[in-house]
Design a protein around this ligand. Sequence first.
Ligand SMILES: NC(=O)c1ccc[n+]([C@@H]2O[C@H](COP(=O)([O-])OP(=O)(O)OC[C@H]3O[C@@H](n4cnc5c(N)ncnc54)[C@H](OP(=O)(O)O)[C@@H]3O)[C@@H](O)[C@H]2O)c1
Length: 257
Amino acid sequence: MRNRSHDSPTRELSDRVALVTGAGVRVGRAIAEELGRAGATVAVHYARSEGGARATARAINDAGGRARTFAADLRDPAAAGALIGEVTAWSKRLDILVCSAAEFDRRPFEQIDGPAWRDMLALNLEAPFRLAQAAAPALRRRRGTIVNILDVAAFHAWKGYAHYAAAKAGLAMVTRVLALELAPRVRVCAVAPGTVAFPPGYPAADRRRVLSRIPLGRVGRPADVAGAVRFLCGAPYITGSVLSVDGGRMAGSGGVL
Ligand SMILES: NC(=O)c1ccc[n+]([C@@H]2O[C@H](COP(=O)([O-])OP(=O)(O)OC[C@H]3O[C@@H](n4cnc5c(N)ncnc54)[C@H](OP(=O)(O)O)[C@@H]3O)[C@@H](O)[C@H]2O)c1
């Protein structure tokens, strides 16, 4: 591992190993690359986006960092322990766990059947919980940090997202409970993004409606979330906190989506 004293102040995570879930695309990818720029060794998790994950790892390695890809379907409750085992076997330790992998699905309440409900909660709520459980011993040893990626939907009610919002609200509470249970050795925080990347094919009328709810008058970028994660990873007196990165949306009513 690199010696911290030889690093520039902008590589403040140079003695840290981070696992970022869902790091083959969009927000997770931006987080992984940002932590790589901060000097962290990065385990780049993916489920289906193998090419994207390889590109993320390549970008980090080409910039002089260290990264490797790891595949796991995190809907499988056994996958969390296996993933943490593979990552720690590679890196010998773990300092930072960022849970970004999640499903986003709009569906009227009556159409959220058993599989839709279970899949949503398995990936968006149970997987971060199981990952934290599996990673806790390693994180304790290193005085590590967990950052869960939520959504303003954890706090604002939107029609058509009962399963998604319930999972994110659950993860917000898990974040706070774990901040208590894992203190003082492990900090547990969250970032609640507003819109930073529209889903592909998101209708133009819906985009306009979302924009009208954002006080700063524009959507954010995945890099905005990544910067907040980097900040929390280096913030030794912050735990149990949720940082909104939403252009001011949480300050208002949030509006009906
Ligand atoms: N985009 C936004 O504006 C926005 C707003 C608020 C909150 N967020 C939150 O930010 C995070 C990232 O959002 P995003 O828009 O970048 O996500 P996204 O484009 O919808 O991608 C979903 C991510 O979840 C992973 N994933 C899907 N199914 C999986 C499975 N079964 N097992 C493991 N991983 C699986 C995907 O990995 P593969 O591609 O490898 O399958 C992918 O990395 C999420 O937690 C989301 O809720 C995003």
